[in-house]
Design a binder for this molecule. Structure first.
Ligand code: ARG
Length: 463
């Protein structure tokens, strides 16, 4: 057990205490960020005359060597001997380059160091999630373009409501994931400040150039309060909230795919590569991937609640409780990235059963609103038209038929306003095509939105 703070202590730390306190088992993934942060810190120290140019070079080369050797498998991160990744790096540096290595931590604390490492790591994941969201949006938009005239029922209360198209239905998810990307860009903007130089909590007496080191690490500015710098995990909470929202969207989409794939709906068929069988029932092909994505939503919400709860009631500034941010956040990061990737793959290979979808859109009185609108077009006030069509639907239910299957005589038996042109007016195609308000499923309205979505995906801006 090699500890950075052994000097003040007279006893060896108990094994169990050491293990309980240690974070190296999970913060080892911060190695690249830790080294990047240390190199920037050391370059700045040398620029300020706190380290000599030779010391700077020795330290930077040493750090680069440690990273390289770990990545190439030549250096093992020994979890028995070190409590966290910061101690490991410093100990290895001193072991490798001797005296200059002991100067690396000048003007720094592990508190601002870990605050920086976590920010750097999170910033990278925000960008990775954004790329995955963009890829998902591209897949969704391709399907929209292909299925402008693929009719399907639209639901409210999971009851058939009005006919729509697959393009329109997918368009709703396009909006959700687009908003998710906006959240990513908001988070990037708000977390764009560098905590390095905050020290343990109260800054430092060394003449550090915080603006310079912030610039080296790609931050717009240094943070403005050193206590907040080491105590703040807001950006992580915001990101976990945004990831929870991404998962909520994925989960809703999964739920629909599971329904559509069910024996009752049969709107889609999930590719064999994204389904599994049953050990007992030979006929089964289960939508496991969709179910797992839906299920994993719980653990991402869990991470958000865990961190909110950990942070609640913490006095300023750093407290060891905050070490608990990492496991839950890393688990959520990995989960969301996996889910986005797998879900995207499943979506790309989904097969649509267009005839089934159209047939389903035709029954269940999805054209009842349009039949009422037909009467309105011929001078009947809407409320009266609603009543007439209600009686018509009841008549159809009793006869076991649909509105468009009734003869003109039967229709006129309920209202003499009906004429032969009613059949065209309430056909599936007409019901969809006439919905031309912006945002609706009619072909022209849909094409306009698709063009806007395509233009959005071509631009760099995430908003
Ligand atoms: N492993 C610690 C964490 O993740 C690093 C910071 C330790 N700072 C301290 N004062 N003990 O929070």
């Amino acid at each position: 057990m090699a500890q950075l703070w052994g000097g003040r202590f007279t006893k060896e730390t108990d094994r169990k205490v050491f293990a309980f306190n240690a974070s190296i088992g999970f913060d080892r993934r911060l190695l690249p960020q830790d080294i990047q942060g240390s190199i920037a810190h050391v370059i700045m120290l040398a620029r300020q005359g706190i380290l000599s140019p030779t010391e700077k070079k020795q330290i930077c080369d040493g750090l680069a060597g440690i990273l390289r050797d770990v990545e190439e498998g030549l250096l093992d991160i020994d979890q028995e001997a070190f409590e966290d990744i910061h101690s490991f790096v410093e100990a290895k540096l001193i072991e490798r380059i001797g005296e200059p290595g002991k100067k690396m931590h000048t003007g720094r604390s592990r508190n601002d160091q870990v605050a920086l490492d976590m920010r750097l790591y999170t910033r990278q994941v925000v960008l990775e999630v954004d790329v995955l969201l963009k890829e998902l949006l591209e897949g969704i938009l391709d399907t929209m373009e292909e299925h402008i005239e693929t009719y399907m029922p639209g639901f409210t209360h999971l009851q058939k409501a009005q006919p729509t198209t697959l393009a329109h239905h997918y368009g709703a998810y396009f909006e959700m994931f687009r908003r998710d990307r906006q959240r990513m860009s908001d988070i990037c903007r708000r977390m764009d400040a560098c905590p390095l130089g905050a020290g343990a909590l109260a800054g430092t007496t060394y003449p550090l150039d915080r603006g310079y080191v912030a610039g080296l690490l790609g931050f717009a500015q240094p943070t403005r309060n050193s206590m907040d710098s080491v105590a703040d995990r807001d950006y992580l909470i915001e990101f976990l909230a945004a990831l929870s929202t991404v998962m909520m969207h994925l989960s809703r989409f999964c739920e629909e795919i599971i329904l559509w794939n069910s024996n009752e709906y049969q709107f889609v068929e999930i590719d064999d590569a994204f389904s599994t069988g049953s050990s007992i029932m030979p006929q089964k092909k289960n939508p496991d991937i969709a179910e797992l994505v839906r299920g994993k939503t719980g653990r991402v919400y869990g991470a958000l609640m865990a961190l909110l709860t950990t942070m609640k009631g913490l006095p300023l500034a750093y407290n060891k409780d905050m070490q608990e941010d990492k496991e839950v956040a890393f688990d959520a990061f990995d989960t969301v990235k996996d889910c986005l990737e797998l879900f995207g793959g499943m979506l790309k290979t989904l097969r649509f059963k267009k005839e089934r979808m159209a047939a389903s859109a035709m029954n269940g009185f999805t054209n009842a609103t349009d039949a009422a609108d037909y009467l309105v077009g011929r001078g009947v006030p809407f409320r009266d038209a609603h009543g007439i069509i209600g009686r018509l639907v009841l008549y159809c239910i009793e006869k076991g038929t649909s509105i468009d299957a009734l003869s003109l005589e039967e229709l006129q038996g309920i209202s003499d306003v009906f004429q032969a042109d009613v059949y065209d007016a309430i056909s599936l195609k007409a019901c969809v095509e006439r919905r031309l308000t912006l945002g609706g499923p009619g072909t022209l309205a849909m094409r306009e939105v698709i063009a806007q979505n395509r233009a959005y995906l071509m631009q760099e801006d995430r908003d």
